[in-house]
Every structure is written in structure tokens, then in C-alpha cells.
Ligand binder design. Structure first.
Ligand code: SAH
Length: 440
């Protein structure tokens, strides 16, 4: 049937209305007239043909776009992607009753191959040939690919060499159905700034026969690699990495440079995946705080300490809290690497930690918070109200959860800055900074 696409869903998929019901139609653009059909069993709407195409439509250069769930906006001109994302943030704030101005999203000059972390799953096809790629959306079927438009090119090449060498050295890929085979995933983290590259080979068991020769051959083919790690993950989980690790070559971590500071990156710690945009994100967030040399700031959900360390030269003291042990340990090293002495690191649940600060009536002038996608929680935000910081900077990778959290603060704080940043071009994800100031 013929329908008109009328705006986007929360996850930026084109939508249409049929018999008073709203349907998502992947791979469409608002205002397009398209032919669709509805699957009777799944009740999902599928694009058959674009009848009246949008001027914003561009040719998709990815052969697995329809199957892979990684990118959702490849068919839309990049400028328009940014318009759509800014409009989505505007709608979220307007629907929640906020009238403050939303700035246009800060986009990327070259919105491809921006990821510094590539992660691919390994498996076998029907003919038992090794494949590597992403899971099909909502499934455990692997879509094989050799290059990805948003991943780092060198890292993509390394994955292909690993695949070739596995055939040559007869090293098996893990077969999820038969629960047999060795290599489950490969993760490559790379610093373009320093040309350091970490390869993490995730295996189903500890025994990795011939690993020495395999790593030697890999290093001979890929000069960019500076360290190789075997991560052992025997469990059937959605987590890629297991607990145990063996360093097969090099120092077991890499460094990167961000805002003139040096950071240690290990396999398990969170590190922002788009370094070009991270700089813009941090600069915008930090400058919106108008920090002074007397300020004491709390950097909550701090990861490897990046925001707090970057802000530290402008303030008296930074208190950083992070739950994950490996990120916390990296953060301590990162402060030392940059000879920073005014950042204090705590490994704790941010909610428990901030409540303790509130009980002790600690002085905090500015709270910077950057929680995971699910957002923070009411107890954390109520503790913020007790601490009465002058400003709160809330960085979020999901403005839909951010808006719920902001409701707790809004009696005592007014929003002075809303700035989306495009950390994830070609995908539906939106990063957003909201800066709040305490009402007089
Ligand atoms: N601010 C950092 C990291 C942001 S990602 C940066 O810009 O790189 C969110 C971080 O919150 C992750 O490092 C995650 O491990 C941490 N985290 C998740 N739940 C937490 C909790 N309850 N308390 C403290 N940290 C938490």
C-alpha cells in the first residue's frame, strides 16, 4: 500500500500512520511517499519502494545496511541527519514543558570512520567458513562484512588479516549452536593520534594452541599493532569480554591524546569512541560551567577520569567517582601521566558516594555527571539538591532518559544551555549536554 512518511520515531526511524496505528518504516525519510507492506505475523511495516523520494536521500554505500542494526541514517544526507537530531532534542524538551533554546547539534566535518573501537563477532557460515561481522538486528545471526563505514580502516584491515590467519593456522571460530570453537570476538582499540593499536582476541577457553606463531604472523602483517591481548570468556552472555586476560604481546594497553592530555586505555575500561567529537563535547561542557580556580567539582560516572582531568587545570580540586574497578585504576594512572595532583579518585557507586558527600555536607561547586544510557537515579539527584552546587552539567548519551532526570532538579535549577553533539554520525544515537544553574 501507498503511504506518506510523517516524521520519525524516538529512535529516528521514519514513521507512517495506517488505520490510526503508527508504524516504523526503516530506510525512509519524512515527507517521502512510499510503498510498504505489513507482515501479518510480526505486524512490522517494510519498505517496498520509494515512490516520491526526498531530496535529502543519498545513495547508501554500505552493502549490509538493510540487515545490520548498527547505522540507521546512512540513506540520509549528513546535514539532514543533524537537523533531525536537533529537532528530536527540541521535541523532547518541548514535550516535557521546557522552553529553553536548544542549540544546533555540533556535527562532524568527516562523519565516517570515526570509531576508535571496532568490535566484531566471529562465527561460521553453513559451509563452515569463518565469518566476522555484526549480529543482525535483534538476532544472533552474523552478518559478514570486511569494511564498515563508521569503523577505523586500519582496525577493519586487522580483523580481515586475523580471519585469513585463522584459516591458515587452522584456528577455529566459535560456533554458537554447537558451542564449539575458539575465537568468539575480536576488539581493536586504536589511537590515531599516537598510532597505538590494541587487539583483543576473545576466546571461549584459556587454551589457545599455536598462539605464539599466530601472533607473530599477525604482527608481521600489521605493523600498526602495539599490543595483543587474549581475553577469555567461557560464558554464554551478551557481554563480549570475560574477566580473565593474558597479554600475548606488548604492554597490554594503549595511550591516546585528548585535549592535550595523555590517557591510558585498557581493554575493559569505558573510553569515548569518537575522539574528534569528544574534544568538542568536553570543551562545550567545560566552558559552559564557567569554572574558577576556587571551584571544587564532582565528576560523577567518570570512566577513566577524562573530563575531570581535562577540567582540573581550571579548578581547585576535582572529586571523581566511577564504579568499574579497571576504569578507576586507569584514572589514577591517567592523573599521574599528566602530572595532575588535584584530582581525587573514588571507586564507588555514584549514588552511594554522592549521598555520603551530602551527609557530610561537603562543599561542591559544580557537579559534572555523565551516566550510562539508562540515566542516573532519583536518589543521586536528590543528593545533588542537598549539596547545592552552583552549576550542574549533565552529559547524556540518551536525552530521553536525561529529560526524566532533569525533572528532579528543575525546582531549584534553571537550564542555561542545551547543546547536542553528534558523537555517533550515521546512527540514531544522540549525545546531549544540559547545563543548569542554581536559582538565586
Ligand atoms: N565520563 C566518562 C565516562 C562516561 S560513560 C567519559 O566521558 O569517558 C559512563 C560511566 O559510568 C562508565 O565508565 C561506567 O562504568 C560508569 N558507571 C555506570 N554505573 C555507575 C554507577 N552506578 N556509579 C558510578 N559509575 C557508574
Amino acid at each position: 500500500m501507498k503511504v506518506k512518511i510523517n516524521g520519525y520515531t524516538q529512535d529516528l526511524v521514519g514513521k507512517c500512520v495506517i488505520n490510526n496505528k503508527t508504524y516504523k518504516v526503516p530506510n525512509t525519510i519524512s515527507e517521502e511517499v512510499v510503498e510498504v507492506d505489513i507482515n501479518k505475523t510480526t505486524n512490522k511495516c517494510r519498505l517496498i519502494k520509494v515512490i516520491e523520494s526526498s531530496p535529502k536521500r543519498i545513495k547508501v554505500k554500505c552493502p549490509i545496511y538493510e540487515k545490520c542494526g548498527g547505522c540507521k541514517l546512512l540513506h540520509i544526507d549528513y546535514h539532514e541527519q543533524n537537523v533531525i537530531k536537533t529537532n528530536e532534542v527540541k521535541a523532547i524538551f518541548k514535550n516535557a514543558g521546557f522552553k529553553e533554546k536548544v542549540n544546533d547539534i555540533i556535527g562532524m566535518e568527516k562523519p565516517f570512520n570515526y570509531r576508535n573501537k571496532n568490535q566484531v563477532v566471529f562465527g561460521v557460515d553453513e559451509k563452515n567458513k569463518i565469518i566476522s561481522g555484526f549480529y543482525e538486528e535483534n538476532s544472533h545471526k552474523i552478518v559478514n562484512f570486511t569494511t564498515c563505514l563508521v569503523q577505523d580502516e586500519v582496525s577493519d584491515k586487522i580483523v580481515q588479516v586475523i580471519k585469513e590467519l585463522m584459516e591458515k593456522f587452522r584456528i577455529s571460530a566459535y560456533n554458537e549452536q554447537k558451542k564449539r570453537g575458539l575465537i568468539k570476538h575480536v576488539m581493536v582499540k586504536r589511537s590515531k593520534a599516537l598510532n597505538e593499536t590494541m587487539v583483543v582476541i576473545v576466546t571461549a577457553e584459556k587454551v589457545f594452541p599455536g598462539s605464539n606463531n599466530f601472533v607473530k604472523a599477525l604482527l608481521a602483517r600489521c605493523k600498526e599493532i602495539t599490543t595483543v591481548i587474549q581475553n577469555i570468556n567461557p560464558k554464554q552472555t551478551t557481554h563480549v569480554l570475560g574477566d580473565a586476560e593474558v597479554v600475548l604481546y606488548g604492554k597490554g594497553y594503549i595511550h591516546d591524546i585528548l585535549m592535550g592530555m595523555k590517557f591510558k586505555i585498557s581493554s575493559k575500561s569505558f573510553y569515548q569512541i569518537n575522539p574528534i567529537q569528544t574534544k568538542k563535547l568536553y570543551e562545550a561542557a567545560i566552558s559552559s560551567a564557567k569554572l574558577s580556580k576556587q571551584d571544587i567539582i564532582l565528576d560523577a560516572y567518570s570512566g577513566v577520569g577524562t573530563i575531570g582531568i581535562c577540567a582540573s587545570p581550571n579548578v581547585q580540586k576535582v572529586i571523581s567517582v566511577e564504579l568499574e574497578k579497571s576504569a578507576h585504576m586507569d584514572a589514577i594512572i591517567n592523573a599521574k601521566l599528566n602530572n595532575i595532583k588535584n584530582v581525587h579518585f573514588y571507586c564507588d557507586d555514584a549514588t552511594r558516594f554522592i549521598n555520603n558527600l551530602a551527609i557530610k555536607k561537603e562543599r561542591i561547586d559544580v557537579v559534572i555527571m555523565d551516566p550510562p544510557r539508562k540515566g542516573s537515579d532519583s536518589s543521586f539527584l536528590k543528593a545533588v539538591l542537598k549539596l547545592k552546587p552552583r552549576k550542574v552539567i549533565y552529559i547524556s548519551c540518551d536525552p530521553h532518559t536525561q529529560i526524566n532526570d532533569l525533572k528532579y532538579l528543575i525546582n531549584d535549577y534553571k537550564i542555561i544551555y542545551i547543546q547536542p553533539v553528534d558523537m555517533f554520525p550515521q546512527t540514531e544515537h544522540i549525545e546531549n549536554i544540559v547545563t543548569l544553574e542554581r536559582k538565586a
